[in-house]
Design a protein around this ligand. Structure first.
Ligand code: GAP
Length: 434
């Protein structure tokens, strides 16, 4: 495999823009820091990642329900969750240039890295990472609401609703995909850390005495999912949180980490949140959120094992993991299941009825797959364009097709071509895109 250097990020950012995966938000106005838009290929990739997650959480199991809670919630939710008090980073300002830094990322004995002045730093102050806005026409304290910094709280406050509506017994989970917002002090590394991002979170409610068993179960299940996503196994590992970096709600936490060009970093957190959240919501709402076990006649607050993944971060990981430079081409070796286009169809030349036949094959495949039709430029160039977009298969109609109804199918990774009958194309793809 070709060596991947740190400049891979620059190349990837350029490819992401050129091919329509990711654009800077509001680019024509000079952009806005740390906000990004997903283009035609990016949105397909993101949708496929979310679908794979949803499928593994909901469709392939019988113990997890889905939910889509609103982003804006009652302000008391964030008092109960501990985010008003505890979701803070210590920050230091430069008095001269007004730049703001995370206290743990700045050496105050050195000059300010932005303006170069010495001894200009303030004391560290706690800065809350939640975005505030106002609900209704009056901008006053009483109407302050927050953009949720995690989707999990929408699940906790709906624990009873979902349990009753779906008549669930412990253990069971609730899964949700949705936007979260954090006013990060130091966003960066492209879409790795942004202020608006999407989470894929699942909260699994268990009997308190079974928490460790389920924690181990979900830890293993989530690592398996990353392998299924096609990520290189040697680039994945667990990192356990020590007592000093455990979140305020966690008894135990492991991160799934990936080896990015900028080092090992978290892509998902698996947390034993105990009964912290449900208890706090009971306290703040005055509602009884205990579970009643009709067999043992016990009433208790369930423990929660949380799996919390960042969709944008996983998408970036998938792109980095798939990116490869070869002598003659750049190729994105995305797993076919998440590749934006599954197949491209080309007529070798624009005559002899080849475009018409290629269009027909394209139309036949549409509906099942996102198919790309291309008849412009040399065939080699067309293959290269699809390699760069991560399209796993290219079907080409040539002179022989007109004689014996066979087409070539080219494999993106091996670049090998085989000939098959047109009537077998659908099955060929179905077998490989399961
Ligand atoms: N509910 C628990 C929770 O939110 P977290 O470890 O703070 O836990 C979970 O976040 C995941 O969300 C992270 O592993 C990461 O993938 C994603 N994430 C968190 N902050 C992010 C940010 N600023 N930008 C992009 N993704 C982020």
């Amino acid at each position: 495999m070709a060596a991947k250097s740190n400049s891979i990020m620059d190349k990837l950012i350029s490819l992401a823009k050129r091919r329509g995966f990711i654009f800077q938000s509001s680019e024509i106005y000079g952009g806005i820091n740390s906000c990004y838009d997903y283009g035609p290929l990016g949105i397909e990739l993101k949708k496929n990642i979310k679908e794979l997650w949803w499928k593994s959480m909901i469709y392939e199991r019988n113990d997890v329900e889905g939910l889509d809670a609103s982003i804006l919630m009652h302000p008391k939710v964030w008092e109960a969750s501990g985010h008003v008090e505890g979701f803070t980073d210590p920050m230091i300002d430069c008095r001269v240039c007004k730049s703001r830094f995370r206290a743990d990322q700045i050496d105050t004995s050195k000059p300010c890295p932005v303006c170069g002045n010495r001894d200009t730093f303030t004391e560290a102050r706690q800065f809350n990472l939640m975005f505030k806005t106002f609900m209704g026409p009056v901008e006053e304290d009483a109407s302050v609401v927050f953009l949720r910094p995690e989707t999990a709280q929408g699940i906790y406050v709906n624990f009873h609703n979902v349990r009753e509506a779906s008549r669930r017994k412990l253990p069971f989970g609730i899964a949700q995909i949705g936007k979260a917002f954090r006013n990060e002090i130091t966003p960066g590394n492209f879409t790795f850390r942004t202020r608006e991002f999407e989470q894929m979170e699942m909260q699994y409610f268990v009997r308190p005495e079974e928490d460790e068993k389920w924690f181990e179960y979900w830890k293993a299940a989530r690592m398996e999912w990353y392998k299924r996503l096609g990520l290189q196994e040697q680039k994945l590992r667990f990192h356990e949180h020590g007592p000093d970096d455990l979140a305020h709600y966690a008894k135990k936490a492991f991160d799934v980490e990936y080896e990015f060009p900028f080092g090992w970093q978290e892509i998902e957190g698996i947390h034993n949140r105990t009964d912290f959240d449900l208890r706090r919501h009971m306290e703040f709402s005055g509602k009884d959120l205990r579970y009643f076990d009709d067999q043992t006649k016990e009433r208790f607050v369930p423990y929660v094992i949380e799996t919390s993944a960042g969709c944008d971060r996983i998408l970036l990981t998938a792109l980095i993991d798939a990116y490869e430079e070869e002598e003659e081409r750049v190729v994105l070796r995305l797993d076919p299941v998440i590749a934006p286009f599954k197949v491209a169809v080309f007529p070798l030349v624009k005559r002899d009825g080849m475009p018409e036949l290629a269009q027909k094959i394209t139309n036949d495949l549409r509906g099942d797959y996102r198919v790309f039709y291309d008849e412009s430029g040399s065939i080699g160039r067309r293959y290269r364009r699809q390699d760069e977009a991560g399209t796993p298969f290219c079907v080409t109609i040539d002179g022989e097709t007109l004689e014996n109804q066979t087409v070539t199918i080219r494999d993106r990774d091996s670049m090998e071509q085989i000939r098959i009958n047109i009537s077998n194309v659908r099955q060929y793809l179905a077998d490989r895109l399961k």
